[in-house]
Design a protein around this ligand. Structure first.
Ligand SMILES: *[C@@H]1O[C@H](CO)[C@@H](O)[C@H](O)[C@H]1NC(C)=O
Ligand SMILES: *[C@@H]1O[C@H](CO)[C@@H](O)[C@H](O)[C@H]1NC(C)=O
Length: 984
């Protein structure tokens, strides 16, 4: 078995085509590095601990490994080690050693991603259409941009803004909570009643923290707000060098970890925001270095350490597309820790542009919790005062650095123009130095608009929004401006109306003071009336290929105000599911703290938050609800979950596909009220969406922006085995729920419709009385057969030519040819769907076999041109830190298929549980397999052999369909290459 890891050879070749290749095997695993898991946990006969024993056995087989990490803190969780082995040592060599139960390559993990808004200003104005045009959705490339200071207010003001220090903070400092995200999720009510997460220990696994920020308590260690943790990597970890661990998780390389820390634990401050669970015991395990690199073995080490340190809750905000459950060691360890009572909360991922069936790891586990992100209903705004008018709200991380009062100047009083201030302002423009200049966004970059204002003497800019897109945080950058704030369109038009009445008397000032309160009486411009409460465009879709649901639920994750490093200004605004996960972790801590006597399990808390959540609509105010594979149970309602005395299992119903329809399921209800309750049932449909835009067979590629099927709000027909249940106090009862898929047209079914909805459970005291409890359990199913989902990409969408094909340089093979055995012959293929088994074999050219895909799919001498060459730059070294990737060779190897009538010479490559490839969002581009073939293959007995010269061969690619039977040849998609031979 050749793992084909050293694809760097390919990237170094001369062909322009290959530069910037996103061949996934190259980017996603640490060369020559493996997890080895031992089968035993007991001491061996020699009295050795089993990990020590297998490591010594590996050495004694002559494999001179370097130890990366050893996993022993909780032996039963994951007993083994990660090692780097010499070139040429394969997973098979390790698996052959007694006592080694499983082997995985060590994955790079994707740097935590903070998606920038699509309207973030770019310095490159040629890119302005993407950057500033409001009609363009947040784009793939912008989603992968590193978190950087453009996101953050860098003007420094007083950071003497903490009201209390940890040791002296009385719970009363947290009452009167009017912070938008807290009001949206009823965390405010918990805070106002003194519930702050006390007694719960939360471990954050992330990039480190600047705890010197006074808003995070200003210190580290016992008695501090950030009171425990560890640094597993140091600043310079590349994944391939030795991580330099120490006991201090301090880092200012990026603001991601500091931001997450504030979402959970910010203390009261002059801005008026706090963390969700600020009285919890909060720690940071730093697992990411300054280049943004981490590896899965470090994640597993940190998970085990956090559990060993007694964390009740673990918050993780990293991952990448995997598609399957239980593929990677981190997924396996998370499920194990949940079984041990640890609440593991993971960000769903920011790959919404990849469309459905892009479940990520480690978010996708059976028992962990996955959190998706939604937009705020109330934006972080400060109050601007207007002379003789009501104040309005503007967006900024801090009050604007603009003392005094300003006259207002609109660069255009026509709100319908689209290119406001994109050209130099006319000479008639008055001196702008004493004015707050109001500009509408659109057409050109913010930088261009700023420059035109600066050229006319302007110092303070308010940028107001176009209709459909919320302005993100803005930054003066190097524009020369003193301050810039954002206005909602509503606030901008309000200001324009005042201006139209009397421009001379309109004066504005930006007093210091806390955020404007969220709520029904919020200032004009605080409520997001266009996107408030909707799912964020970057939020990732489930389900897994097994049709297991994710996400679990949704939390606020866009336009969040939280802490950043002092060097970045102390507070900032960011977006991403990265910040929804710690919100879920904080909410979990509030529940555990409030209900400590109940000893709630992770599955119970997940169910409480999911079944009490509020359904997320598709547009503001709509009664059509987003698909469950995007919102899970919906936006969490934390006070409702705290108060909920009815526990429901399961927390979601997974109905599977048409063939495997799970039509009759149990529903267990536990009544923890002090009185007997009568429960009744109902159901509500959510929007049914198509997995494919047109049809699975013609599109092959999953939709990257799925739309509703023709009958939009159509769910399952839901029936109940009883019309009501009466459950005495403290008891449980189980009933049956029946599901029948909706009626859909043939055209809709061809799109692989995903239908979903909610089963409602309504409880009232049996003795009567008005107290009503309402819960909903999400469900979803696929009204098609997963075996029909296309697996091999046969389109030209990603690369230009149609996959699969063989090529030498830029020349695609269409007939016979002879090539040197130098690895310049490259096998290209791409996965349009996940596959449980993939075999790439060398066969004789005269084999009698017809693939499901024609041998030649491209015309003669097609030149390759990467479609998204500009959007797909060569990966920077830090971006080689890449996604979790399903790469379990185990399943494929454990039971290799013997195809009766397809004689093979040997194996070039094989894998199991492989993920669908990225189309848009892997470092701004797609992934594929580009395997250089130098004639080396693995024989059926495991030896290595070389293809002969002068013999005509083909390669045979086979990929199992999702629910296919691995031993049934007909349930594979297959491609037989054109013939070729090697020269000597
Ligand atoms: C990390 O790298 C930087 C830059 O090369 C160097 O100055 C620093 O000493 C390194 N730190 C450690 C702990 O090796
Ligand atoms: C998930 O939890 C259930 C209930 O505790 C348990 O039976 C099951 O084995 C767990 N699954 C995994 C993969 O750990």
């Amino acid at each position: 078995m050749q793992l084909l890891l050293p694809l760097l050879l390919l990237a170094a070749s001369a062909s322009a085509f290959n530069q910037g290749g996103t061949s996934k095997t190259e980017l996603k695993v640490v060369p020559n590095s493996f997890f080895v898991q031992t089968s035993g946990t007991a001491l061996t006969k020699r009295g050795l601990n089993p990990v020590t024993a297998i490591l010594s056995d590996i050495k004694s087989k002559g494999i001179d490994y370097t130890l990366r990490q050893q996993f022993q803190s909780l032996p039963a969780a994951f007993h083994g080690a990660s090692i780097t082995v010499p070139d040429g040592t394969t997973a098979d060599d390790l698996l052959a050693i007694d006592g080694v139960q499983a082997v995985w390559p060590v994955q790079f993990l994707r740097k935590p991603v903070v998606p920038l808004a699509g309207d973030e200003p770019a310095s490159d104005s040629t890119n302005s259409a993407l950057q500033s045009n409001p009609s363009i959705k947040t784009t793939a490339s912008s989603l992968l941009t590193n978190p950087d200071t453009r996101n953050i207010s860098v003007f420094r003001r007083d950071l003497n803004d903490v009201l209390e220090r940890r040791a002296t903070i009385p719970p009363s400092s947290y009452t009167g909570d009017v912070f938008g995200p807290h009001v949206q999720t009823s965390v405010d009510k918990a805070h106002n009643s003194g519930l702050l997460g006390k007694g719960v220990k939360i471990g954050i696994l992330d990039e480190g923290v600047d705890y010197t920020n006074p808003l995070l308590g200003g210190c580290f260690g016992s008695g501090c707000q950030i009171s425990f943790g560890y640094d597993f990597v140091g600043d310079n970890y590349t994944g391939e060098n030795t991580p330099i661990a120490d006991t201090d998780p301090y880092s200012t390389c990026s603001d991601h970890g500091t931001f997450i820390s504030g979402v959970i634990g910010a203390v009261p401050n002059v801005y008026g925001f706090t963390g969700v669970a600020p009285a919890a015991t909060i720690g940071m395990y730093r697992i990411t270095s300054c280049p943004g690199v981490t590896t899965e073995d470090v994640l597993v080490k940190a998970l085990l350490q956090a559990a060993n340190d007694g964390c009740n809750v673990i918050s993780i905000s990293l991952g990448g597309g995997v598609g399957w459950l239980a593929v990677t060691p981190a997924q396996i360890v998370i499920d194990y820790l949940v079984g041990q009572g640890v609440h593991v909360i993971v960000a769903t991922g920011n790959d919404g542009v990849e469309g459905p069936f892009f479940a990520e790891a480690p978010a996708s586990t059976v028992n962990g919790t996955s959190v998706n992100a939604a937009e705020l209903t109330y934006l972080p705004t400060y109050q601007a005062n207007l002379l003789n008018r009501d104040p309005i709200a503007y967006m900024s991380p801090k009050p604007l650095n603009a003392p005094g009062a300003y006259n207002i100047y609109f660069t255009s009083t026509d709100s319908s123009i689209t290119n406001d201030a994109c050209s130099p302002l006319p000479s008639s423009t008055p001196d702008l130095s004493t004015r707050a200049v109001v500009v509408q966004r659109g057409t050109c970059t913010f930088d261009t608009k700023y420059a035109n204002v600066v050229a006319a003497g302007g110092k303070v800019v308010l940028m107001y929004n176009t209709d459909d897109y919320m302005l993100p945080q803005l930054n003066v950058g190097s524009s020369g401006l003193q301050a810039v704030g954002g206005l909602t369109r509503e606030a901008g038009l309000q200001l324009l109306a005042y201006y139209a009445v009397n421009s001379r008397s309109l004066r504005i000032s930006f007093p210091s003071g806390p955020l404007s309160p969220a709520g029904p009486t919020a200032l004009t411009g605080t409520a997001d009336k266009t996107k408030g409460g909707l799912m964020s465009s970057f939020s990732g879709y489930g389900p897994t290929n097994e049709l297991y649901g994710q996400p679990s639920y949704t939390a606020p994750g866009a336009n969040i105000l939280s802490t950043v490093s002092l060097a970045s200004g102390g507070v900032g605004i960011m977006r991403g599911t990265s910040f929804a996960a710690p919100f879920g972790a904080g909410a979990t801590a509030l529940i555990l703290s409030a209900r400590s006597s109940e000893n709630l399990s992770p599955l119970e808390v997940r169910s409480l938050l999911t079944t009490t959540a509020s359904w997320v609509p598709v547009t503001v105010g709509s009664s059509t609800y987003e698909t469950v594979i995007l919102q899970g149970g919906g936006m969490i309602n934390v006070s409702k979950a705290i108060a909920a005395k009815t526990l429901i299992s399961p927390y979601q119903f997974f109905l599977n596909d048409t063939k495997y329809l799970n039509s009759l399921q149990k529903l267990t209800i536990t009544n923890r009220n002090s009185v007997s309750m009568k429960y009744t049932f109902n159901s509500t449909a959510a929007q049914a969406i198509g997995t494919y835009d047109g049809s699975a067979s013609s599109d092959v590629l999953v939709s990257t922006d799925p739309t509703a099927v023709s009958a939009a709000s159509v769910g399952a027909k839901v029936t109940f085995s009883t019309s009501y249940l009466t459950i005495p106090a403290g008891q449980s009862k189980t009933m049956q729920v029946g599901f029948a898929p909706p009626y859909l047209t043939t055209a809709d079914i061809a799109r692989f419709p995903i239908y979903s909805g909610f089963v409602g459970v309504v409880g009232t005291p049996s003795t009567g009385g008005a107290a009503t409890e309402a819960y909903s359990v999400p469900y979803f199913g696929v009204a098609a057969n997963m075996i029909d989902m296309p697996i091999l990409d046969t389109t030209d969408v990603a690369l230009g030519p149609r996959y699969p094909f063989l090529a030498v340089g830029e020349d695609i093979l269409t007939g016979t040819g002879s090539y040197a055995r130098d690895g310049n012959l490259v096998i290209y293929f791409r996965l349009a769907g996940g596959t449980r088994r993939l075999y790439l074999d060398l066969v004789n050219a005269n084999i009698d076999f017809t693939g499901t895909v024609p041998s030649v799919t491209n015309g003669r001498r097609v030149r390759m041109a990467r479609r998204s060459a500009s959007a797909s730059p060569a990966p920077s070294p830090e971006m080689a830190a890449s996604a979790f990737e399903s790469w379990s060779h185990l399943e494929a190897r454990a039971n290799p298929v013997k195809f009766s009538d397809v004689p093979t010479i040997g194996s070039i490559y094989s894998t199991g549980l492989a993920a669908r490839d990225y189309l848009l969002n892997f470092d701004g581009g797609f992934t594929d397999y580009e395997l250089p073939f130098d004639g080396t293959y693995t024989t059926s007995t495991g030896g290595s052999a070389q293809a002969s010269t002068g013999v005509s061969y083909r390669v045979l690619l086979r990929a199992l369909k999702i629910t296919g039977n691995p031993t049934n040849e007909d349930q594979y998609e297959s491609w037989l290459s054109p013939p070729f031979s090697f020269t000597s």
